[in-house]
Design a binder for this molecule. Structure first.
Ligand code: ZN
Length: 406
């Protein structure tokens, strides 16, 4: 019975969830076919833009009454992270709906919900004959979950993306178990570093001086002290979230030959995430100091250095923010602004000077992105469409040139 009365938007969402766009071998072609058909069904112009051998962006567009103004981008990624099916209570691409309306599938929170919500809100607005000042582009991209090398990075360099003339974008956020809706205005920089410690080698039966292990120990102690201080800062100030502090984790240790040989070299790798308020060149100098203080021949290499110092202004200087908030207020939504703890494609948009806010309308929902048994309740999903139904017109009708410096 419940299947028969299901809202068509929910059925569509479940259909999208069933397409296995999972890494390492996402079936993009099926997702792209599905989305192109959806655009036709809603009556939106659409095109695809190639960013890799199997990777395409799908862009659905609704032309504004003043198409020369910078446009509004509504972005979501099509790909999802791998699953461990043995830990799931239903098959992860079944999109099975429980009696209470919880829909289980990989991608239900991250972030196939948002893509369908954008389109369904626009379908409703279009049916009512609404027109908007600015052109709206609903953008579906590949390869977010593996860093954007065949997705957002080439897309932002593509001449077609320049033609979209994006002025502002919405992208993904994170669920919240509480009543507030989380909005992300910046991201932490992600640094992956390896510290190489070289020292005197020798026999395992003696006290070798200036060994690589002594130097490594100093580095580890300094790094763990720093980590503890950051954790303490977070725990002692309830106004802070994880996005406001620097996290540092030791993730790889390498080196050594055999038990009775003191090695000449040892390596330690760290994952470090730095909030946008931190002076990055200054922090890099601090890491250099840690190495110098650990002894001679201790060097630092960057395996990845993604700097994301850009923040979207959250005040009256930013008309997009004012419009976004006025729509939220009209819906009596409680909004909480934060720095995103991980990395999303928003950082690449902001790098190109496009203000992007991370927002997935999921309150009263446990945080299950990348986790086993990811689900979203259909009521929360449908409420998300109502929310975009207010937010999209507010943003698409922002007047003026709205040029922001990020
Ligand atoms: Zn995501």
């Amino acid at each position: 019975m419940s299947e028969i009365r299901e809202d068509p938007a929910v059925s569509l969402f479940r259909e999208y969830l069933k397409i296995p766009t999972m890494h390492p071998d996402p079936d993009y072609s099926k997702a792209i076919d599905f989305l192109c058909k959806l655009a036709e069904d809603v009556g939106l112009d659409f095109k695809t833009i190639e960013t890799g051998p199997k990777e395409l962006f799908v862009i659905m567009s609704l032309v504004g009454t003043n198409a020369s103004l910078p446009s509004l981008g509504l972005y979501s990624h099509m790909d999802v992270v791998p699953v461990f099916p043995e830990h799931w209570k239903v098959p992860p691409f079944s999109a099975e709906k429980m009696e209470n309306g919880d829909i289980y599938a990989r991608g239900s929170q991250d972030m196939k919900c948002v893509g369908i919500q954008y389109v369904e809100a626009i379908r409703r607005l279009k049916k009512e004959g609404k027109r908007f000042l600015r052109t709206i582009h609903v953008m579906f991209g590949p390869d977010e979950e593996t860093g954007g090398k065949r997705g957002m990075i080439p897309f932002m360099k593509h001449p077609e993306s320049k033609r979209l003339n994006l002025g502002f974008c919405l992208d993904e956020g994170i669920a919240n178990p509480g009543p507030e809706f989380r909005v992300f205005y910046g991201e932490r920089s992600c640094w992956w570093i390896t510290v190489r410690c070289r020292g005197n080698p020798g026999h395992g039966s003696s006290f070798i001086q200036d060994s690589a292990a002594e130097k490594l120990t100093k580095i580890l102690n300094t790094a763990m002290d720093f980590r503890a201080k950051q954790e303490q800062r977070l725990n002692s100030d309830p106004s802070l979230t994880i996005g406001d502090v620097t996290t540092l984790n030791l993730t790889i240790i390498k080196g050594g030959v055999q038990h009775n040989v003191v090695p000449a070299e040892l390596f330690a790798s760290f994952d470090i995430r730095i909030p946008p308020h931190v002076d990055l060149p200054e922090f890099e100098k601090e890491l250099g100091r840690w190495c110098r203080e650990a002894g001679d021949d201790v060097t630092l290499e960057f395996d990845q250095k993604c700097d994301s110092p850009h923040k979207v202004p959250l005040d009256s200087s930013n008309p997009w923010w004012t419009a976004f908030m006025s729509a939220c207020q009209s819906l009596s939504m409680e909004v909480k602004t934060e720095v995103f703890p991980g990395a999303t494609d928003s950082r690449l948009l902001r790098e190109c000077g496009i203000p992007a806010l991370g927002f997935s309308p999921m309150n009263h929902t446990p945080i299950l992105l990348h986790d086993h048994n990811e689900f979203l309740n259909e009521k929360v999903f449908l409420r998300g469409i109502d929310i975009y139904y207010e937010i999209i017109p507010a943003l698409a009708n922002v007047s003026g040139s709205c040029h922001l410096t990020l």
